[in-house]
Design a protein around this ligand. Sequence first.
Ligand code: GDP
Ligand code: MG
Length: 713
Amino acid sequence: MADPVKQIRVALTGNPNAGKSSLFNVLTGSHQRVGNFPGVTIEKLEGYLDYQGVRITVVDLPGTYSLTPYSPEEIVTRRYIIDEKPDVVVNVLDGTNLERNLLLTAQLMEMEVELLVALNMIDEVEEKGISIDTDQLEKLLGAHIVPTSARRRQGLDELLDHIVSMCDGQIEVIKNKMTFSPVIENAMEKIVALLGQQRELGSTNHRWLAVKLLESDREVYTQVRQYPVWVKVELVLQEAITECQRLHRTDPEALITEDRFAFVRGAMQECVRLPRATRASLSDYIDTVVLNRVLGLPVFFVVVWAIFQLTFTLGAPIMAGLQFLFELLARSVAPLLPNAMLRSIVVDGVIVGVGSVVVYLPNIVLLFIGLSFLEASGYMARAAFVIDKVMHRFGLHGKSFIPMVTGFGCSIPAIMATRTLKSRSDRLATIMTIPFMSCGAKLPVYVLLAGAFFPPAMAANVMFGIYLLGIVVGLWTAWMLKSTVLKSDSEPFVMELPPYRWPTLASVVFQARMKALMYLKKAGTLILMAVMAIWAASNFPRSSRLDEALVLEKARIEASATSPEVKAGELRQLNSKVQAAQLEYSLAGRSGKIIEPLIRPLGFDWRIGISLVTGVVSKEVVVSTLGTIFSIGRSDQGAAGLSSILRNDPGFGRATALSLMVFVLLYIPCVATLGVMKKEVGSWRPVLLYTGYVLAIAWGASFITYRLALLMQ
Ligand code: GDP
Ligand code: MG
């Protein structure tokens, strides 16, 4: 027989006792040679076999649990894979002990080697009644899996077939990268870019080097430190350490390890069914409830509902306190300002406008605390896992869920968080759903309207309903996009399941303070500016005819022979009548009148129309505009709370309030969100189309809401 021409080198890796040596023996039989790895006293077993005209050399690498450079076994294994570049790396797994074994697999995935998985001890797996979904696991690991039993000599030919065809390029290599926490991924991206500038590092896998640098890997440190690029890399590393401390209260090394555990746990949950756990940890118990097929979704809804109840009920008294303070301020400042115009700017504009937004601070902060609690406790990932199947119905998957939940806080970080989705079509579909996830800025609108028109016990439920509507419309949009223009195959991925943890008080306080400061800053800058603009637009131009009429009427009342009290009352009435007429005459009034025919069917008059236009700047501005416009002509009566003003206004009712909440939920995202969407999507055209779409949806939904609400009254 002629010597085979083709040569393939295969390395066996795996945990100790996974069955590498047994596999090595049954494969190579008597063709074995014992040597040493350079520099260490670790045995190197090398053998070969001829298969289908190919000579396959097999190396039995020492067993390891990890690929850190801490033990000689790990160093040898790593160096062999990097320096000798075997054609195929076979990862031998003990199928009865997958959770621990897969941690090494995750690290091999990071190295981006030609990976093949031998799912060994398959005989015992079957005996113990463990069921493993190998098809799915293949996709998640990005490697073909061959079930083997070295003891029973099962699956050997299939393993060899795979090895040979992987080298021939006959079977498609499924690659799946494992992704780390955003802090790590961000730093990695920067480091990879830097390493790319260093020509000497050209042939090595930069992503892997980046992971290792973040893990403070001695070997890779010394390797990279000799190049000038190190100076910049070190800065990125320092920054990553600070960020990690700030966000996760740990160092990058620990976070990376945790991410790997999360990856493995997620893959296990998805692909492996154990026969009935004999001993389980508390976290496992929680998971059996929370991830349960039947209970999972209800539990999720209860959790979210509870957060809304908290946001509203806990927030209400603090909000009432703030409201009182602002009213007090308005009442005590008004007499200090003799000039009517100045008084109107300060009281109707600044105090009422900005105040109407600031009073919602407690609700916003509570909502954000709720969201960050979900995230930090590890529950959010479980919810994503549970929701995964539901999301599949809409052409999305669980990975889209976290950006969507982030959208309940603010659309901007949520849209940026979609970067964890690898497929462009998934990303676009998710981005288009996010504005429907009602953001924190819309909360004041709901709190105001639900609070004004519904009893306290109902208000939170109304808000919950509004949020649900947003979710339904968002998912429907995704489904429509994914079944038409964004059609694509869904990509394999693992829903990482991080460990459960009590968020530290310090981090909750930190989050809350940051959100509060951000909100106040927005109120003091963007919203203040918008308020001033709205004030100006609703006071100018002034009708001189009205001013003259006012002077004449005033004189008439003064001259009449009634008591001073009656006079004062008549003057007050006159004043608000004239001011209301002035408002209609003003720029804002006229623009409101122009769009009024369009929104009349939704139950909105021109004053609400104005607030919808200004609301595109930012959704809180809807409230401050309502505040400014509805309180014009009333400042003499003392600043009553906006909600009671609305309740007593003939242009407003329950039906209008519901319709307005629905419209604000669904209509155009704020300008900042549109900007970020454009940046992430790449061009304005889809964003403009989308804007048209959301307007149509908002109009339709509000119309239906308004009509139904009228019917039910
Ligand atoms: P290594 O440490 O990875 O080299 O593992 P070994 O090859 O030394 O195997 C460890 C133990 O597992 C030995 O007792 C083997 O007999 C046993 N073993 C290996 N492969 C199989 C298998 O496929 N099925 C069963 N039931 N046992 C196996
Ligand atoms: Mg061995």
